[in-house]
Design a protein around this ligand. Sequence first.
Ligand code: AQP
Length: 343
Amino acid sequence: MSEDASHYAGPNRVFSGVQPSGDLHLGNYLGALKKFVALQDEMECVYCIVDLHAITVWQDPKVLAEQTRHIAAAYLASGVDPSKAIVYNQSAVRAHSELAWYFNCVARIGWLNRMTQFKDKAGKNSEKMSVGLYDYPVLQAADILAFKATHVPVGEDQKQHLELTRDIAAKFNHDFNTPNFFPLCEPLIKGPGAKVMSLRDGLSKMSKSDPSDNSRINLTDDADIIAKKIRKAKTDPGEIPGTKDGLEGRPEVANLVGIFAALSETTDEAVLAEYEGQGFGVFKPALADLAVEKLSPITDLMSRYLADPEELNRILANAADKAAEIADPIVGDVRKIIGFCGA
Ligand code: AQP
């Protein structure tokens, strides 16, 4: 598509979301939440708890609201400030679902057939998956574009979905002859922590749905559990190399070095220089101490927020009103552009 993001004249705006589909882990924190906090002083930020996405796989109705508050508490405990950023849950703002339908009529089936995350999640059971899971990237495009968001902080796993969002925006702009109505959003992916891998397999990403709890560090894990999981993390009999070349073919070691760098806000190179020649008997305890130092305050604060569910509900409801104030007029314009009677 030939359109250039730089021709969009609207304001810069950040949008991102996390599913309330289970405990957040270190990958979600480093790949998403930590970036959310850094951006809230730079641009208008809209941070959603994407409960419509969560129900693309079964969610127990008795715990969905609680899981949603859990993610809200994780946002706030990580440093997202509701007086600066809009923090709400997706189902409370109708614009998401409405725009997703319009985009279903813009996106092509061939585009969705290429989405690797659906293939990974569905495996051999794609016929038994919900239509929603297949359509997930279209809803994600609607989330972003209902706010005309220009910047989207996510982990590397979302790269393909954001390319689809750009394709949908460009096709809409082109089909309806409304150049630059939707911006072509810029993914904010780079940096340490963009792809945190499983502690048990350096080739699979750290994920909420991995059946092994030892594969991930949850934001609710206490210091002992964090230390135990890092102690048990898969490595090899070698030592920490002095340069990144020495990490070739050692994905588990590369992952631990990357986690160390992301948590200490430095580079892989600096970590390698500090620990060159050390064994894992030295490196793992240092990493465990660092992880506990960075994550424990978040875990503690989360518990305090979760102790007051009414206050979390209030924060989410207020923010949903603010989110609707931005998204409703944009979706209203889309209705007019499409040409609906009465729009
Ligand atoms: N391992 C990861 N490394 C870096 N970033 C990650 N993210 C997820 N896993 C990693 C980023 O976290 C944000 C929220 O993700 P999500 O919960 O909405 O969905 P997900 O990507 O599907 O996360 P999971 O943990 O892998 O969940 P399941 O197992 O349910 O699929 C996104 O920005 C994502 O990039």
